[in-house]
Design a protein around this ligand. Structure first.
Ligand code: ARG
Length: 431
């Protein structure tokens, strides 16, 4: 069944090629499609395009479809192009001409747009919740291990004292910036495109403000062409946000792999959370964090994929836009899986105490000793030289006393301030 049937059926090859993965991907849009249709028909009734008696009948039929989704029974049948066609088919099968009325003043172009806006809005909220869970985990690990020192590196060379508090806390604060990007993507998704129809509006006196209110959008995409052009733009904003979170998570996964390596040995996980080798009997590998790193690296290509897909499209609808779903749908799912997996692993992390007792880390303290001399009145450059020469002669012995007090340093992590920043971003999602 084609909504656009004009007395001929398209070639099967053409149908399969153009429908692509839509029958499966659109299943994620069904409840939003029903929600969009409910708002649309309420609005149609208010402007006289549906009888008052027809509205409750149609709403009940849509409600039954919504329930079939909840029960996992909704399917897009063979020969039906997409979710929009399937819902309309079910309504017309059940209600005849009444079902055929609901598409007045609407096109699948704005129908899919509204579905995607509602979907992306929810997806960004789901990402935000997963980010917050991991943020909380990192902050509590940071607080719990604030006094446990570890080496800090630059150029992967031993540099200055750091701490587990600083390490965990750094990734927590980094996630706050990422969440700002997610909040921006959420805001962009939170605008109503319904009523833009095929991309140029309608001669029916549609009440777009009413559907905006019914669907709880923050505002409208007013200009109907801009509304249509938001297809791709909404996904791109989400993709940047996803890539931003993924870059933080991927970097953290890399750190974990490094610190689990025997040459570092700073952290470990229970045996059953590691993986083995088919030949080397001793192996306890960090495959979880390697897969996480790989997935996060791939996620950082998503904005690029979206840019290339949409780069040379002029205004208006093009079928290319359908392929955005193939890119963005798995991306949000993968990101949330990685965030949840990281949180799960960190619940079981063990950290090594007294790492800095090992004399290979002695040089971590040179700056501390330079600063101590400086505080006792030796000019900084002179103090630097004295310690440097001692290192050079092989005579340097560290004091191993660390006294950092400024904001954000190992002695003063300011995790409470970082938590306040996080809360300021979270309110933007209206939880
Ligand atoms: N599956 C289509 C998409 O995602 C629905 C819109 C179809 N519109 C059209 N004019 N063929 O874009």
């Amino acid at each position: 069944m084609k909504l656009w049937n004009k007395g001929f059926e398209p070639d099967k090859l053409i149908e399969d090629f153009t429908v692509g993965a839509d029958r499966e991907l659109d299943l994620r849009l069904v409840r939003y499609d029903v929600q969009g249709s409910m708002a649309h028909i309420r609005m149609l009734e208010s402007i006289g395009l549906l009888e008052s008696s027809e509205l409750p009948v149609l709403l009940e039929a849509l409600e039954r479809i919504a329930q079939s989704i909840e029960r996992g029974e909704f399917v897009i049948e063979e020969g039906v192009e997409d979710v929009h066609s399937q819902v309309e088919l079910m309504l017309t099968r059940e209600l005849g001409d009444m079902g055929k009325k609901i598409h007045s003043g609407r096109s699948r172009n704005d129908q899919v747009l509204v579905d995607l806006k509602l979907f992306m809005r929810d997806e960004m909220k789901t990402v935000a919740k997963a980010v917050k869970r991991l943020f909380d985990r990192l902050q509590s690990l940071s607080n719990a291990h604030k006094d446990t020192l570890m080496p800090g590196y630059t150029h992967l060379q031993v540099a200055m004292p750091s701490s587990f508090g600083l390490w965990f806390g750094a990734y927590a604060e980094s996630l706050v910036d990422d969440l700002e990007m997610v909040a921006a993507a959420y805001k962009i998704a939170n605008q109503n495109p319904l009523g833009s129809a095929a991309g140029y509006g309608s001669s029916f006196p549609l009440d777009r403000t009413m559907t905006t209110r019914l669907l709880e959008f923050e505002d409208l995409h007013y200009n109907v062409v801009a509304a249509q052009m938001s297809r791709g733009k909404t996904e791109r904003a989400a993709a940047y946000a996803i890539a931003s979170v993924a870059s933080t998570l991927g970097k953290f996964a890399m750190d974990v792999c490094l610190f689990m390596c025997q040459n570092y040995g700073f952290i470990s996980f229970p045996d059953n959370l590691t993986t083995g080798s088919s030949i080397m009997p001793h192996k306890k590998n960090p495959d979880v964090f390697e897969i996480m790193r790989g997935k996060c690296n791939r996620l950082q290509a998503v904005p690029n994929e979206i840019s290339l897909l949409t780069a040379n499209l002029p205004l208006g609808y093009h079928r290319d836009l359908q392929l955005l779903k193939d890119i963005i749908f798995p991306a949000t799912t993968t990101l949330c899986q990685c965030l949840d997996m990281c949180d799960f692993m960190l619940e079981h992390i063990s950290i090594k105490e007294n790492i800095l007792d090992d004399e290979r880390y002695n040089y971590l303290f040179t700056v501390e000793d330079v600063n101590r001399l400086t505080l006792s009145g030796v000019p900084f450059r002179e103090a630097y030289k004295q310690v440097g020469m001692a290192v050079q002669r092989g005579e340097y012995t560290p004091t191993k006393e660390v006294h950092h007090t400024h904001e954000g340093s190992i002695g003063n992590l300011c995790n409470d301030k970082i938590a306040e920043k996080m809360n300021k971003v979270l309110v933007k999602f209206g939880f």
